[in-house]
Design a protein around this ligand. Sequence first.
Ligand SMILES: [Zn+2]
Ligand SMILES: [Zn+2]
Length: 195
Amino acid sequence: MRDIYFWWIGADAADGRLLATVRSVVERTFGRAVHVWSGRDRPEDAFDPRRQQHSSTRILQWLVDRRPSDAHKVLALTDVDLFIPILTFVFGEAQLDGAAAIVSTARLRTNYGSSNGRLLTTRLAKECVHELGHTFGLIHCDRRGCVMTRSVSVLDVDAKTGSFCEDCWARYEELDREGRGDHEQRADAHSDRGR
Ligand SMILES: [Zn+2]
Ligand SMILES: [Zn+2]
């Protein structure tokens, strides 16, 4: 169970080309297979009529219950605007060292003078790597250019690279090893009880 699933839960239809590109970036970055889940369910109670936005936290709770059974991590992608109560908006949210993350294209479409069609793809890929990084246990990083730096605006997203810095990469590998170690220990404990 090491695979990552993408799940498009947007209001409009998915942009297949956009998702395919982001998917290959994420596969390359994490060295894991990424599958696309096309479940038709959508979270029903995430919309806040007062804010006219969707609660990313509610969507994460919803995702955990509905993810495919062999999904180690599930990343929802959407076009609706997301919020958490203390912020005007968020690009995405993730469960730290958990199973679920979400990223929205809504605020990544802001262009700031550039009409480059690739810009959205690049930004989305960075935010997907960032939120998935959190699900693997990585916290925010201060190293200039690292994909795990915090982004307040799209200018911050544009200023960082799509890659982990050396420290974050080392930490990712360490956490990944620990995660697998735990799994083996649990399997052993289980077989001990069986004897
Ligand atoms: Zn973050
Ligand atoms: Zn870093």
